[in-house]
Design a binder for this molecule. Structure first.
Ligand code: GLN
Length: 551
């Protein structure tokens, strides 16, 4: 049976509870333990797939096709484990399951209540985590929201009960809080943390570890005070000061003794921690001097969380090439109004990420045009591949009315069209083409060269696809379908041959990039961007010189 670590949040949300849970996972993995992480989300949506990115940020897609919270992306990147649909549970799923059972008559004669029916279903879901292959040694469960929220109460009650169910020695409660800073006196205040712990105790949970997040250094006095008032060991109060690199978090926590404390409290049979590779990577990241500047041309650019995995995948690849990543966030709607082109003039690569809905799409098509005609490296992710197709159809093939039927059902040239199995879909939740599918790569293409193999499997989340009726015309004009579903029916990767690097994938490579293993398409895109930057710096240099510079 696994041991359980429960992470709750106090005082305010958005203080990095997800990254903290992910970092604890990394510390345990570094000790040779098998770890799985689960997020419990208190909202009533069944999953975040139907929510606006403004509400929720990115929807992270698991291998088995679950649309999940973006924290799962952190968990995967930090622990280097693929998670599955059991790793994100929402109140919506819990209630739907219980109500379905009630309708079926499973509880005949009974009154259905939050305790025990809802809490039992929560505990059943917690028990399912990571069971697919071999049992994990430790399951980390992060409870979304902040202690005190009405909607997270059943989750807190369920994790409280688990202490009795699986044994006190097999559970550990970690509370992540926030220390506000009073500018006038230059003080950090612990009172909100004390109140939050009191609230948690009122529910019956005594946290054993407190991680106060802060933007300022925390003195030993303050640590002692939190320990005293909140009744935890002094060494179990581990402040986490804001870092400008989230990958630093496991190291900060390790150096403060968190890993050893967790192992001791849970009586885990662990090896000595090995964070050598992680530490070397973080140090390398901190020492980088030259930047590569990339534009992300999207629709939700004010909220960077909406593109979390894209941002991280770009950063993994930049570090691989010994460059700092500088992102220019460009709202595609601005390009439509003839704004922000000066920003695009300054970048060495353009990414058009995924998206839904017509707002800003024409701007993305303009960005693809700019990248193609100016020979600027371009990476299109899902919608980014679709707009690249529309641009090519309109401007190279001269099919002026080309479009995706997502935006213009009656267009004359639907180069992107609804997938046949989507025609009968009426419910919008969880019905896209989701999760991992195989993709056969064409020998000699840039995609095959990047992956170094002819068959890959990548994660998807889309309803529309390239319309095969246009394949021949595209190929004749210099487009290459370098990735196809193994039966040849679905276009997975599109490249423009007469271009240093213009590629679009129907899948989302960003979900599979890891700090130590940048995704091959992102890696080669950034490589091409750096080469573009070097060529721009020495405009007279021919290709040979640029290549020598790159080496
Ligand atoms: N809206 C497009 C589709 O459904 C693209 C989806 C995406 O970018 N994830 O096919």
């Amino acid at each position: 049976m696994p041991k359980y670590i429960f992470c709750t949040g106090g005082v305010v949300s958005s203080v990095g509870k997800g990254v903290t849970a992910a970092a604890i996972g990394r510390l345990l993995k570094a000790r040779g333990l098998k770890v799985a992480i689960q997020k419990l989300d208190p909202y009533l949506n069944v999953d975040p797939g139907t929510m606006s990115p403004y509400q929720h940020g990115e929807v992270f897609v698991t291998v088995d096709g679950a649309e999940t919270d973006l924290d799962l992306g952190h968990y995967e990147r930090f622990t280097d484990e693929n998670l599955d649909h059991t790793c994100n549970v929402t109140s919506g799923q819990i209630y739907a399951e219980v109500i379905n059972k009630e309708r079926r008559g499973d509880y005949l004669g009974g009154t259905i209540q939050v305790i025990p029916h809802i809490t039992n279903e929560i505990k059943r879901r917690i028990a399912l985590v990571g069971k697919k292959d071999s049992e994990p040694d430790v399951v980390i469960v992060e409870v979304g929201g902040t202690v005190g929220d009405i909607e997270s109460q059943p989750f807190l009650e369920a994790i409280r009960q688990m202490r009795a169910d699986v044994g006190r020695e097999n559970t550990l409660y970690v509370h992540v809080t926030f220390l506000p800073h009073i500018g006038a006196t230059g003080e950090l205040k612990t009172k909100p943390t004390q109140h939050s712990v009191r609230e948690l105790r009122g529910i019956g949970i005594q946290p054993q570890i407190i991680i106060p997040r802060t933007d300022h250094p925390v003195s030993q006095d303050l640590i002692d005070k939190i320990a005293l008032f909140c009744d935890v060991d002094k060494e179990a109060v581990i402040p986490l000061e804001t870092t400008n690199n989230i990958y630093d978090v496991p190291l900060v926590l390790e150096d403060a003794g968190l890993g050893d404390y967790v192992v001791e409290q849970l009586g885990l049979k662990a090896q000595a921690p090995d964070l050598t590779e992680w530490r070397a990577w973080v140090e390398k990241m901190g020492a980088l001097e030259t930047s590569v500047r990339i534009a992300i041309v999207g629709k939700y650019v004010e909220l960077h969380d909406a593109y979390m995995s894209v941002k991280e995948a770009l950063s993994h690849s930049a570090v691989f090439h010994n460059h700092k990543l500088e992102i220019e966030w460009v709202y595609s709607g601005d390009l439509e109004k003839d704004r922000c082109w000066d920003v695009l003039e300054t970048v060495s690569g353009i990414v058009v990420p995924g998206g839904f809905g017509y707002r800003g799409v024409e701007g993305k098509i303009l960005a693809a045009h700019f990248a193609r005609t100016r020979q600027i490296p371009y990476l299109g992710l899902c919608l980014g591949m679709q707009v690249m197709s529309v641009e090519f159809a309109r401007n190279v093939l001269g099919l002026e009315d080309a479009n995706s039927t997502e935006y213009d059902t009656g267009c004359e040239h639907p180069v992107i069209d609804l997938m046949p199995d989507q025609h009968s879909v009426t419910n919008l939740g969880g019905t896209m083409r989701l999760g991992v599918y195989p993709c056969a790569l064409k020998l000699g293409s840039k995609a095959a060269e990047a992956f170094g193999t002819d068959m890959v499997s990548e994660r998807h989340r889309h309803r529309f696809e390239f319309n095969n009726a246009y394949r021949e015309q595209f190929e004749a004009a210099g487009a290459e379908f370098s990735g196809l579903s193994p039966d040849g029916h679905l276009v997975e990767v599109l490249e423009i041959t007469d271009h240093p690097f213009m590629m679009g994938s129907q899948f989302h490579p960003e979900f599979q990039s890891r700090p130590n293993r940048p995704h091959p398409l992102f890696r080669d895109f950034i490589g091409a961007a750096i080469q573009h930057q070097q060529q721009a710096a020495t405009p007279d240099a021919d290709d040979t010189t640029a290549e020598a510079g790159e080496a």
